[in-house]
Design a protein. Sequence first.
Length: 479
Amino acid sequence: TLEYIAAGFTESIIDQLSGVEGLEVLSRHAVEPFRGASLPPDSLARILGAGTLVDGSVERVGDVLRVRIQLVDATDLSEIDSWTAEREMDEILGLQDELADDVAARLRKRLGERLRLQERREGTASVEAWEHVRRAEALAFQARRARADDPEVAASLRGQADALLARAESLDPSWVEPTLVRAELAALSGNPAAYARGLEYADRALRMDSGSATALRLRGVLHDSLGSMASDSVTAARELFLAQRDLRAAVAADPGSAPAWIALADLLYNDLWDLAGARDAAGKAYENDAFLLEADHFVWLCEISLQLADYPEAKRWCAEGLRRYPSRLRLLLVDLYILASPGVEPDPDAAWGRVEDLSRVEAPEIHVPLAKALTAAVLARAGAADSAYAVLADARQEIPPDYAPYLDYFEAYIRLSLGERERVIPLLESFLVAIPDQRAIVARDVWFEDLHGTPRFDRIVDRRQPIFCRILCEPPGGR
């Protein structure tokens, strides 16, 4: 049975990869003679003339199917990427589609990197400088993977990479690539001092190539990062203004740059609360490279459309995100937000299905009570008041104390949905006293649109920039 399932996965992956422009995929007929063979990977790659191998295994553990996938560079047998996916046995077809999409996305990204490498190689005549850059980028890749688990190791790897890039700069001072990669390394650091150095590298790159969309994008990202960490409103406003200037210049210089459009969407949504502009930028990123968007980008598109009260678009983006990332926590939660929202047909059965989904992801002790509160909102909108209050009471019993204030927010919406307006403001005020950083977001929240402009509501919210609602943060010249 497992052999049959593995063959099905192989077929799905080949079919999906065949649609990736610029990627030459060997058919199942080419691969079939080697199925089950014990040939070493490098020998197999030579026989097939392959540059990248997709390897994997299928294992059954009880009623769970576990699939491991590995992408291998056939030139040196180094690992490009690897991951594991698990599903119940009755969800095999969904897992097949998910893995096929995932492999296609990762290989498309790899293909783009290879093409960029080829273009960049043409920028220098120094083989040694080129090798330093390649080694530095390998270290940078390791640093990205280590960043969440071991920040000290990640910082050490970035330091080693930066030293190699500095050497490459000295070997070929006219080649802009090492300087760009140094700026990119700085952008990954999470450190204000490194961000400042990164700006110096981006400026140096722009002196070498004034029209470089990559340099403009990196400078914009670095200004955005400095603005997000600023301790005063004047600095924050200046950095965000400069970030927007550079990112708009980057997409003007290269309208096909999906990374630049994503960076602009990030700035407009998370820092400037320009919802329409953010959705437009994220949409252009999707048009230029649908595979570059990650789970959080689909969350943005869902949330932005939701806040713009464009419910069909919110559902469309959420469905696409869940098709690619069916177990991603934030996508499951935002789908529940959509189900609970005004203007969407309430569907309690679908909401309970999401509660079940969230019981299988990380930290269910937090996310299941939150999902139940959202389900209570769906029940309230369906007119089932008693059931809504009973489910909300269960959520309050289960949720850890640190997350309890969020249930005041959900209850406020439930009460508003049921016409109990006199209870709404005290609940929102309790929520915002506990979590004041949400005041600007609640001020614009489509859930409470009926209260916008009323004195009691306006007294407890803050219409300034969401990320800097604790300080005044208007861009120079106003909005």
